[in-house]
Design a binder for this molecule. Structure first.
Ligand code: TYM
Length: 335
């Protein structure tokens, strides 16, 4: 039997994990687990790139919360390796080696850096360097596919370009060129309060009605969806709907698993209340098992830690092999 292709992905332990993170990323990780050799990382080193936002106590709890949510969303530790990025030192070393090969101009061009740095002159070097650490994450595992939402596309393109550059400069490095895996629906979930803005973990933390958190109670879910911004029409067709309604239709499509024609037949030409109510049901039904499993996991913290330790051990083995290959290709003396 041919060896399975490797999948790698991760979520930053910052802010409030939301439905966009679920349908854009974690759901597709869980749904495709049997087809790939999967590695899922809680990217805690990325979470300190804006150090002003780091509260050490909350950060520690958040890292474990995200790991528990991976499992609660259906990531099975027997099928997938789950670990914390900071537990595998190779990520930092790989980032250094890649840093030395990365043209600065490539980093200044990244849209997420421009958006996050804004005009803040005291912005940390880590924020500029963020894409290199992400490339290190991916390239360390000879990753073939990276399941992410649409907002990460530029980072994956950057990773591909960088891998190619390393391979050209240092024959023998043989870094695998990864492909993004972006879901056909749900790759860019928008804010319920403002469909022109992407649903975001940080906005969701402070602004009610913006996002649906994976741990939100059914009443909160209902309130957020029923008051989601739409328009004054009754257009519930995928190609013609306004952005707010389109967002609801997209979410309904992913969560119900129904085809677009059936969805349009059910909701087009009616008040949006029917679509909203049906979406509330879908979301509550999707989150209910996640929340039950999450509650069980928080009751057994030792189990979660043991999964993370085992995961880190396996990840270290793979990462060390790739690292040694790159070190050798670059001419470092073997230890
Ligand atoms: P992060 O933590 O911002 O988001 C985690 C995942 O959720 C997806 N996502 C969304 N999908 C649909 N609609 C949305 N509104 C939405 N918001 C977020 C993201 O695309 C992502 O897949 N840089 C990454 C973390 C990372 C990583 C990696 C990912 C670090 N190293 C290596 C893959 C491989 C990030 O900040 O994701």
């Amino acid at each position: 039997m041919a060896q399975k292709q490797r999948v790698f992905s991760g979520v930053q332990p910052t802010g409030k994990l939301h439905l966009g993170n679920y349908v854009g990323a974690i759901k597709q990780w869980a749904d495709n687990q049997d087809a790939y050799d999967n590695i899922f990382c809680v990217v805690d080193l990325h979470a300190v790139t804006i150090p002003e936002n780091v509260d050490p106590k909350q950060f520690r709890a958040k890292s474990l919360e995200v790991a528990a949510l991976y499992l609660a969303c259906g990531i099975d530790p027997d099928k997938s390796t789950v670990f914390l990025q900071s537990h595998v030192a190779e990520h930092s070393e790989m980032a250094w080696l890649l840093n030395c090969v990365t043209p600065l101009g490539w980093l200044y061009r990244m849209t997420q850096f421009k958006a996050k740095a804004g005009s803040n002159e005291s912005v940390g070097t880590g924020l500029l360097d963020y894409p290199v650490l992400m490339a290190a994450d991916i390239l360390l595992y000879d990753t073939h596919r990276v399941p992410v939402g649409e907002d990460q596309k530029q980072h994956i393109e950057f990773t591909r370009d960088l891998a190619q550059r390393v391979n050209n400069m240092f024959p023998g490095a043989d870094l695998v060129i990864p492909e993004p895996m972006i879901p056909p629906a749900g790759a860019r979930v928008m804010g319920l309060d403002d469909p022109m803005v992407k649903m975001s973990k940080s906005i969701g933390e402070t602004k009610k009605g913006h996002s649906i958190g994976l741990l939100d109670a059914p009443g909160t879910v209902k309130k957020a969806i029923m008051s989601a911004q739409t328009d004054s029409g009754n257009e519930a067709r995928f190609d013609h709907a306004g952005p707010g309604v389109r967002n609801l239709l997209d979410l309904y499509e992913v969560l119900s698993g129904q085809g677009r024609e059936a969805i349009e037949a059910e909701f087009h030409g009616q008040g949006y209340g029917k679509l909203k109510k049906a979406l509330v049901e879908q979301v509550v039904a999707a989150l209910e098992p996640v929340q039950t499993r999450y509650a069980e996991l928080t009751g057994s913290p030792d189990y979660l830690l043991s999964i993370l330790r085992q995961g880190a051990e396996r990840a270290r083995g793979i990462a060390a092999t790739t690292q040694a290959r790159l070190r050798d290709a670059m001419g470092f003396v073997a230890p």
